[in-house]
Design a protein around this ligand. Structure first.
Ligand code: NAP
Length: 269
C-alpha cells in the first residue's frame, strides 16, 4: 500500500527497555509518526524529557484506552508485560487499532482466542516473540535441521529481568521443530533427575533450558546430536536495536493485513 500520510503509532511500554528503542526508531523514520505513549506513572510528561531531557512534543497518557480515544492511532506497538498485553489487544480490537506486539507470555489459549476474534473482525495485527531477523533465521534453520537430525535440545539465555520462561522464541522454535521432525522421545528411558528441573522443560519429547543472567540480552542455541556428530545453531542479540528493523517492517506490513499473524517469519519469503 502506498501511503501519503505517515502511519500514526502509539507505544505501550515506551519507558521500558524495548519501548525506548521503539521510540528512537519511530523518530528516525519519516513514514512513521509517533503520536502517543502509555505509562501509568508518567501521565502528562513529555516522552523525550522522560528519556533524555529533550522535548519531543509527545506526551505519556495513563492507559491504552485513553491513547486510542484521544489519538486514534493506526498502530499500537506493545512491549509491556505478559499480564497486560491480552487486555491491550482486546482494546485494540475494540478501537480498530492494528497491534504490533513484542510482549511475550500470551498463553496458547489467549493466542487462539485473539486469532479468532481478529479474523472475525477483519483486523490485521502481528505478534512476534522475536523481532530480530537473525533469530527468525535461527528458528527456520533449526526446523530444517530437525527433519534430518531429530535429537535436539534448545538453550535460551536472557537477562535476569525477563519475566517469562521459556522465552517466546524458544517456544516458537520448539513448535517449528516439532512440526518438522518425526515423533521421538529423547534421552535414556530410565533417565532420572536427582535435582528437579535438571533436564529442563519437556516439549513434545525434547528439552528446553532457560538461563537468566545479568549481562545477557537475548540468545538462543539449538543443539542437534546424531551418531558421531553435533550441530549447533546459535543467535545472539547483543543489543535491543537488533529488534528494530523487524518492528519497523511489522508496523508497515500490518497496515495491509486483515488477520492476526503470529511470528515475523510469516513476513519473510
Ligand atoms: P521492561 O523494561 O520491563 O518494560 C516494560 C514496560 O511496560 C515498563 O516500562 C512498564 O512500566 C510498562 N508497562 C507495564 N504495564 C503497562 C501497561 N498496562 N500499560 C503501559 N505500560 C505498561 O521490559 P522489556 O525488556 O522492554 O520487555 C517488554 C516485553 O517485550 C517482555 O515481554 C519481553 O519478553 C518482550 N521482548 C520481546 C522482544 C521481541 O523481539 N518480541 C524482544 C525483547 C523483549 P512500569 O515499569 O511503570 O510498570
Amino acid at each position: 500500500m502506498n501511503r501519503e500520510k505517515p502511519i500514526t503509532v502509539a507505544v505501550a511500554g515506551a519507558k521500558g527497555r524495548m519501548g525506548q528503542e521503539v521510540v528512537k526508531m519511530l523518530l528516525q523514520d519519516p513514514s512513521l509518526s509517533f503520536v502517543v505513549a502509555v505509562d501509568s506513572k508518567l501521565h502528562g510528561v513529555d516522552v523525550g524529557e522522560a528519556m533524555d531531557g529533550r522535548t519531543l512534543g509527545v506526551t505519556f497518557v495513563q492507559s491504552v484506552a485513553e491513547a486510542f480515544q484521544k489519538y486514534q492511532p493506526d498502530v499500537l506497538v506493545d512491549f509491556t508485560t505478559p499480564q497486560t498485553v491480552y487486555k491491550h489487544m482486546e482494546l485494540a480490537l475494540q478501537y480498530k487499532v492494528r497491534p504490533v506486539v513484542g510482549t511475550t507470555g500470551l498463553t496458547p489459549e489467549q493466542l487462539e482466542d485473539l486469532t479468532t476474534r481478529y479474523r472475525e473482525a477483519g483486523l490485521g495485527g502481528i505478534i512476534a516473540p522475536n523481532f530480530a531477523i537473525g533469530a527468525i533465521l535461527c528458528m527456520k534453520f533449526a526446523a530444517m535441521a530437525a527433519k534430518y537430525m531429530p535429537h535436539v535440545e534448545i538453550i535460551e539465555l536472557h537477562h535476569d529481568k525477563k519475566l517469562d520462561a521459556p522465552s517466546g522464541t524458544a517456544l516458537k522454535t520448539a513448535e517449528l521443530i516439532s512440526k518438522a521432525r518425526s515423533e521421538l522421545k529423547q534421552g535414556h528411558p530410565q533417565e532420572e533427575e536427582t535435582i528437579a528441573g535438571a533436564r529442563g522443560a519437556e516439549y513434545d519429547g525434547f528439552r528446553i533450558h532457560s538461563v537468566r543472567l545479568p549481562g545477557m540480552v537475548a540468545h538462543q542455541e539449538v543443539l542437534f546430536g546424531a551418531t558421531g556428530q553435533t550441530l549447533s545453531i546459535r543467535h545472539d542479540s547483543i543489543n535491543r536495536e537488533s529488534f528494530m528493523p523487524g518492528v519497523n517492517m511489522a508496523i508497515k506490513a500490518v497496515m495491509n493485513l486483515d488477520t492476526l499473524m503470529y511470528g515475523l517469519e510469516n513476513l519473510l519469503d
